[in-house]
Write a protein that binds this ligand. Structure first.
Ligand code: GUN
Length: 298
């Protein structure tokens, strides 16, 4: 066995999303109580579940539980597969019009006969707590205030709470989805606090992914393939954030080979209990923000 380098003998800092999310949830609970007193009702979130992905059932249950815990009025509308596109569009229109609904979240993926993009674009951007509407994505791209997608914003919040600022560093994001990779690359380079990294966005057509990843001071894996990021792709002392949640025969696995990479990274998120809970914590942040913005409260 080869001798271990100095860094390999150091213990990796585990970026504990579960505990951090609990702390954020406690803070939001206080804000929700104040807001409820001020406006005479709790902030409201409606989740629409119109799909049959088993993981979505779990996500939605967790979202509902966390909202209830911190005093947000949450409601889940569950639909069978006979729901039509028009039926879903009508539901969105009703939610857009309801005064007690501050946030609307349509859980993805939808049943395959439904057109996701049309549904996303039907949501009032002011209630779009997922931050997926082109108006909110466009505002993010232009560095304007708006609702930010929960997973990438939750990642930034986790790094901030651990004092890990990517500013001035090289960040590599692997995966260019609209839900994670693309908005994360924008947040990392937005110019705001924590947003001054030099970012490379890698994807399935990147010629030498390993070489790109090895450049990273901050490496973000958001591909959805278990173990695709191996130890040889990680620079010693890097911060590694694993956004993958892959259900395998061996249980939940991230996109990173955690056991090998933990000897090399300075800090790393586990899977589970890493990024996942931060996504939900940021949904609470967005719901309170949407409520305040709609009512003109600062
Ligand atoms: N499916 C997987 N992640 C997400 C998310 O952040 N929001 C929604 N609406 N659906 C998802």
């Amino acid at each position: 066995m080869r001798a271990r380098t100095f860094l390999e003998t150091q213990t990796v800092i585990l970026l504990d999303g579960k505990t951090t999310a609990q702390a954020v949830t406690e803070e939001i609970k206080g804000e929700v109580a104040l807001l409820t007193e001020r406006i005479g009702r709790p902030p409201g979130l409606t989740v629409v579940l119109a799909g049959d992905d088993p993981a979505s059932q779990i996500y939605v249950r967790n979202k509902e539980r966390t909202c209830t815990e911190c005093g947000i009025a949450s409601e889940v509308l569950r639909f069978d597969s006979d729901l039509t596109q028009q039926g879903l569009m009508d539901t969105i229109a009703e939610l857009n019009a309801r005064d007690d609904v501050d946030g609307i979240l349509v859980q993805l993926p939808l049943y395959s006969h439904l057109i996701e993009q049309d549904v996303i674009e039907a949501i009032n951007p002011a209630k779009d707590v997922d931050g997926f509407h082109p108006v909110n994505m466009g505002r993010l791209a232009q560095g304007l205030p708006g609702l930010r997608p929960c997973t990438p914003a939750g990642v930034m919040l986790l790094l901030e709470r651990y004092g890990l600022d990517p500013s001035g560093k090289k960040a590599v994001v692997v995966g260019r989805s609209n839900i994670v990779g693309k908005p994360l690359a924008l947040l990392l380079s937005s110019g705001g606090p924590m947003g001054n990294a030099t970012v490379t966005l890698c994807h399935s057509r990147t010629p030498d992914l390993a070489a790109e990843c090895r450049q990273a001071d901050f490496l973000f894996a958001a591909v959805g393939r278990p173990g695709i990021i191996t130890e040889d792709m990680v620079r010693e002392g890097a911060v590694v954030v694993d956004v993958g949640i892959n259900r395998t025969d061996d249980g939940l696995k991230g996109d990173c080979d955690f056991e090998a990479i933990k000897h090399k990274a300075h800090a790393m998120t586990p899977v589970p209990k890493g990024v996942g809970p931060m996504t939900i914590a940021h949904l609470l942040v967005n719901t309170v923000a949407a409520c305040k913005a709609r009512l003109g409260i600062d």
